[in-house]
Ligand binder design. Structure first.
Ligand code: NA7
Length: 291
């Protein structure tokens, strides 16, 4: 199928949404966008996207809608707030949400979509803004397999791997579990670096040994340089990691699963978030020991 014949809507042009939209345009799709702060659409509009006046207008123009906004309240606002998208979604269309939200909200959206004949996938992503720019995101997907098959050509423009994990909510559940691990790994690395450097040994020594041990990891490759240099330009903002740890703890409560390590890590992210004067990457958790 000619990509230009498929009308895609994109709501949420933050750190992730902008490069994802750019890759859709480059692949030849016709794109209509909306963002709360309209100026964030400038680059996409210059590249050929149409700017809508509301989420409702985007949904009404789309065969395929993608949303990627900060958190559950932001998503509820764009779907059911003033001129929201949900009531305007076309029967037969596919709606994919890539925000990280609660599995319960994903299931609520799926049910509301089904009532209107709209097929929904929860499809949060991992890979940071770097993965979004390169079109190398990893999608964690919950929903119907047939719907995913239809959505696959579009999602593949933005991602290198699509994991189908179960019914609606499964994508979000795995995403929260993934982010718990990433948050704990970076927190553990920061603690160990604090101990090492306070002993008078360069942090680089610890990292060097870890690279030759079982503690070697992608997190070490990507985040250790930030921690060692004390540079925390947001790739995945700390405020969003903090939000995800909260969502994971809520899910643990609902399921009756104790998450003591996650609870402790969230306190540390919370302290750094409270003291931060600017937007920082989550690797800035190191600042807890630099105060
Ligand atoms: P960013 O860069 O913080 O972008 C967040 C986006 O969400 C941005 O477009 C915001 O609009 C939008 N937003 C936030 N609150 C609202 C409300 N209330 N109404 C409408 N739109 C809103 O986040 P990322 O792109 O890094 O991440 C997006 C998601 O992927 C998030 O769930 C991560 O955890 C994973 P703004 O430009 O501020 O007007």
């Amino acid at each position: 199928m000619n990509p230009a014949a498929k009308h895609i809507g994109l709501i949420g042009l933050g750190l992730m949404g902008r490069p994802m939209g750019m890759n859709l345009i480059k692949a030849g799709y016709s794109l209509t966008v909306w963002n709360r702060t309209a100026s964030r659409a400038d680059e996409l509009v210059a590249a050929g996207a149409k700017l809508a006046r509301s989420p409702e207008e985007v949904a009404a123009a789309s065969d395929f809608l993608l949303t990627i906004v900060s958190d559950p309240p932001a998503l509820e606002e764009v779907l059911w707030g003033n001129c929201g998208a949900m009531p305007a979604l076309k029967r037969g269309s596919i709606y994919v949400d890539s925000s990280t939200i609660s599995p319960a909200l994903a299931r609520k959206i799926a049910a509301a979509g089904a009532e209107r004949g709209v097929r929904f996938l929860d499809a949060p992503v991992t890979g940071g803004d770097w993965g979004a720019k390169k079109g190398e995101l990893v999608f964690m997907i919950g929903g119907d397999a047939e719907t995913l098959k239809e959505a696959e050509p579009i999602l593949s423009v933005m991602g290198k791997k699509l994991f189908h994990l179960g019914p609606n909510g499964a994508g979000q559940t795995i995403k929260l579990a993934m982010n718990m691990i990433l948050a704990l790994q970076v927190d553990a690395l920061a603690e160990a670096l604090a101990l090492t450097t306070r002993s008078g040994i360069a942090g680089e020594k610890l990292v060097e040994v870890m690279q030759s041990s079982m503690a070697r990891s992608g997190v070490l490759d990507v985040k250790a340089p930030n921690l060692l240099k004390g540079e925390y330009v947001p790739s995945f903002p700390l405020r969003l990691m903090h939000k995800d740890l909260g969502l994971a703890l809520d899910l643990g409560n609902q399921l009756g699963v104790a998450l003591p390590a996650t609870a402790a890590a969230r306190e540390i992210y919370n302290a750094v978030k409270g003291a931060a004067k600017e937007d920082l990457d989550y690797s800035a958790v190191m600042k807890f020991w630099k105060r």
